[in-house]
Structures are given as C-alpha cells and as structure tokens.
Design a protein around this ligand. Structure first.
Ligand SMILES: [Zn+2]
Length: 261
C-alpha cells in the first residue's frame, strides 16, 4: 500500500523541487491510499516549488442558436444541455472529468482559484501565474509557468489530458474557438477556447528523450518542461499542419482546424 513517504520519494525522483508545476492526475492506478487525494497532493506540493491544476467547469457552457462560422460547433444542437447550464461561481467544483486531485487542491486552505467561467485554474504559491489569466488569454498562467522554467507533471495519465499542449498549439498559430458560458446572470463570450486533445498522445514518442519518468508497478509519473513541450508542438505542426489532431471523422474541432490549415 502506497503512503505519503513512497509518493514523495517518487515525486522527488523527478527533481522538480525548484520548479513551478502544472499537474494532471488519475489516482486509481495507485490503488488504495490513506486519505487518497490529499495525501497525493501533499506529497506533490512538498516536491515542487509551486503547483497549479485546471479546475475547468463545463456545466457553465451554453451553445447558442447561431454564431461565427468554422467554430467547431453545431449551433442550436444542445438545447437540453443549455437548460441545465449553471452559472459559474468561485466555489463551483471542478468537472468530475478532471479527476479528484484538482478538487483536493481547490479545497486546500492555501489555494487560490481564477474566475474564468469555463477554464479556471487553482494553485498554491502560484499567485503570479494565476494572476495572468484573462477572458481573452485563458491559458496565460501556463505561459507564465513556462517563463519560469515550469514543468508539466502527468500522474498516471497520458498527453491526451495535457492542457499545456493546447497553449503550445495557440503559440504555433493553430485555430482557437469561441465558446459561451453563464456567469453573473449573463452569457459571457469566451475566446481562445482550445481544440480537441484526444490526438495529443502522438507527441509522447517525440519528446521521450526529454521526459522524466518514474514507474511504480501499475502506476507511473512523467514530467516534461513546458518550454520543451511548446517547442515540440511547434516543430510537429511545422512538419505536419495536421499534427496532434484526432482521427475521428466526426470531430468538429479537429475538422475545423483541417479546413483552415
Ligand atoms: Zn478531434
């Protein structure tokens, strides 16, 4: 059975004690851990300089009847979901799709959270990075992390959940989208919404030489620097403008990118 000491030893093998970090996690492959998410969070916090995680909230989203073209969306298609949309509040839990670690971070007494109605981040000791987010630049905190030699840590997950690749795509000039969300009884237009991430794992072999990895039975932790990651995304898109897109023929956002590039 894994505990704080084993987890901390594993995180420390990544040698990120002086680095700000963005993390993504699935805890299930660790098996049973006493105080599960809080124990993993503490072991991670004690092994890095600062930590942010996405605490995205998709249930705030609205699909309008009409909107700009080539936006990777079917307008008017989500009438029932629109009725269930909830107005964003600072204490709205992160979407369950993100796993339970972001909730553990968000609920930590030292944590702060940004106020983007869909793409918020929570963080500890990361006020500077969190403070860079705007409605127009939702992933600016990831850019701010990169400027300080930040790293991404993937805990039992692959690059298909690596949000930072979205920011790399934007930096490489790839099309972004517009989405809408409810907040303060208004519908807020949210530009720079990212594309689909289900094809992102194609980057794994390309950055393998620059990836630190610790295996623990079924479980694993991997880490790569954000600067190297952005550089790799740029290189892959230069080689192939369709790089990192998924292969589903009905994927609206990947198809929108294909039409443009
Ligand atoms: Zn896709």
């Amino acid at each position: 059975m894994l505990g704080y000491d084993e987890l901390k030893a594993a995180f420390q093998q990544l040698s990120l004690a002086n680095k700000p970090v963005i993390a993504h996690a699935s805890l299930q492959p660790f098996g049973y851990i006493h105080n599960g998410a809080d124990t993993v969070l503490q072991a991670l916090l004690d092994s890095v300089k600062s930590l942010i995680m996405p605490t995205f909230t998709y249930k705030t989203m609205i699909t309008p009847e009409v909107g700009p073209p080539n936006n990777g969306i079917t307008y008017g298609a989500e009438k029932d979901l629109n009725k269930m949309a909830q107005s964003f509040t600072a204490d709205m839990p992160a979407d369950p799709m993100m796993g339970i670690l972001p909730e553990s971070l968000r609920n930590h007494p030292a944590a702060k959270r940004t106020a983007h109605p869909i793409l918020s981040f929570a963080g500890i000791a990361a006020d500077l990075e969190l403070g860079t987010q705007t409605l127009y630049e939702p992933f600016a905190p990831i850019g701010a992390l990169a400027e300080q030699d930040g790293w991404v840590v993937l805990i039992n997950v692959d690059h298909s959940v690596n949000t930072s690749i979205h920011y790399g795509e934007k930096l490489a000039g790839r099309r972004q989208f517009i989405r809408w969300a409810v907040m303060d009884n208004r519908i807020i237009e949210c530009p720079s919404f990212p594309g689909d991430s289900s094809g992102f794992n194609a980057i794994a072999s390309y950055i393998k030489p620059d990836t630190r990895r610790v295996d623990m039975g079924e479980a694993f932790i991997q880490a790569v620097s954000l600067q190297r990651l952005f550089q790799a995304v740029h290189e892959l898109i230069q080689i192939d403008p369709m790089a990192l897109l998924c292969h589903r023929t009905d994927c609206e956002r990947c198809n929108a990118v294909r039409n443009i590039e």
